[in-house]
Ligand binder design. Structure first.
Ligand code: CTP
Length: 417
């Protein structure tokens, strides 16, 4: 049942749009409230009047309509929903979403929403199979887009193959599954760090590293998907904020530590950020200039270790503290030593040697080290690692009262780095 769920249905241009009044009727039949947004192309296949009649609400079409903005701005429209559904999702709309284009109301809403998006693709089989569409989809899936269908069969254009929009009852089932799926981390809070940090040298220069933030962002999304209330504290990255996650943007290690401490207490902490170990001892207030003779010397100071600090946060220590160990040799042994040194519960060791392509790349292979031993995970996408970690965390905390699920080894003074 979908009682009380607020759904935003975006209808894009495709013959399958004629099925959307039926979809709206079925969603409302389950108790959901449905607001409909149509692209200009969608109006060629289904009338706004039909959708207004079945949804019992006005239908939104234009981005720059004064009436629309006076009633509900597009940002609000995209946020006042529990789930955004795109059906049919045309190749064009998926391409816009993959590339962040926002030239009409539908694409603007998709860019502005902080909610999860479920898309039901529908297009000609050749368009579906085109590498451009498949690449767009892969990119969107990495960002957490949920997909239902497409079905395989005879198409309106007479061709046969995958590309037909999933039937309305299958879309309703996918929506119900989304809301009703067990969320083992419901009621728990999580803090995730991600990305590199930038340590200023002068107003134009900084120390940084090659971290993309993909692993940390994927973990934040996966934990939220399992029901946790997640705060992501991220250094500068080229990634969108994950849907359904509170994201705090910082630059330096010290800012990251402060932002993390402000979130305590939390149940789970995952430190995936590639925090710069050092910062310039003094940040020059003016740009450092060449003087033609001597080279400038950079004096470094050690940054706070966020993982170690969270691990020894006393009464505020998260129930489960997880760190990463980026190593280039003796991966497991180095990681186990790092776990002891930092006082965290689990270390996810990963090989970041140049040959592995892990740093900044799409995949990761993990060795999980806890107090008991090691688990070797097969090499998979960073999203796959994130999903597995979220499930593993849920298993570890499931049904265990707080004291019992706390897993630190005793920490001795001076043990942390
Ligand atoms: N970490 C942190 N704060 C720091 C440095 C590291 O929170 N100042 C966290 C990372 O997020 C990661 C773990 O510590 O979870 C390990 O980071 P890594 O760079 O692999 O190890 P280092 O502590 O830098 O140790 P070394 O340089 O000896 O490899």
């Amino acid at each position: 049942m979908l009682s009380g769920k607020r759904l935003l249905l975006i209808v894009s241009g495709g013959i399958a749009a004629y099925k959307t009044p039926d979809l709206v009727r079925r969603l409302r039949g389950q108790g959901a409230e449905v607001r409909v947004v149509m692209t200009a192309a969608a109006e060629q296949f289904v009338t706004p009047l039909s959708l207004a009649s079945v949804s019992g609400q006005r239908v939104y079409q234009a981005l720059f309509s004064l009436t629309d903005e006076a009633e509900m701005g597009h940002i609000e429209l995209s946020r006042a929903a529990d789930l955004v559904i795109v059906a049919p999702a045309s190749a064009d709309l998926l391409a816009k979403l993959a590339n962040g284009l926002a030239d009409d109301l539908a694409s603007t809403l998709l860019l502005a929403t902080d909610k999860e998006v479920l898309a039901a693709p529908a297009m000609n089989v050749r368009m579906w199979e085109h590498p451009a569409t498949q690449e767009n989809l892969a990119r969107l899936k990495r960002r957490g887009l949920l997909i239902v269908g497409p079905d395989e069969g005879e198409m309106a254009c007479g061709e046969y193959g995958p590309g037909r929009m999933a039937e309305p009852d299958a879309i309703v089932a996918a929506v119900a599954e989304h809301f009703n799926m067990p969320r083992p981390l419901s009621g728990l809070s999580a803090l995730v760090t991600s990305g590199p940090t930038h340590e200023p040298i002068d107003p134009v220069r900084y120390i940084a590293n090659r971290s993309s933030g993909r692993q940390g962002h994927a973990i934040a999304h996966a934990l939220a998907h399992q029901g946790a209330a997640v705060t992501l504290v991220t250094g500068p990255v080229q990634l969108p904020d994950p849907a359904g996650v509170k994201t705090v943007h910082v630059e330096s290690a010290r800012e990251m530590l402060q932002a993390c401490q402000a979130e305590l207490p939390v149940d789970i902490a995952v430190c995936a950020a590639a925090v710069s170990d050092w910062r310039a001892s003094e940040e020059a207030t003016q740009k450092i200039k060449k003087d033609g003779s001597s080279l400038p010397a950079l004096q470094l100071s050690e940054n706070p270790d966020i993982l170690a600090q969270l691990s020894k946060a006393g009464a505020q220590r998260p129930r489960l503290v997880i760190g990463f160990a980026a190593e280039t040799r003796d991966v497991a042994a180095q990681a186990a030593a790092k776990r002891d040194r930092k006082g965290c519960d689990w270390i996810l060791a990963n090989d970041v040697s140049a040959e592995s392509g892990t740093f900044g790349g799409p995949d990761n292979s993990i060795i999980l080290i806890d107090g008991q031993g090691r688990e070797d995970w097969p090499r998979t996408s960073k999203e796959g690692v994130a999903e597995r970690l979220a499930v593993r965390i849920a298993q570890a905390l499931e049904g265990k009262p707080e004291e019992e699920s706390r897993m630190p080894e005793p920490i001795q003074d001076g043990q942390q780095k």
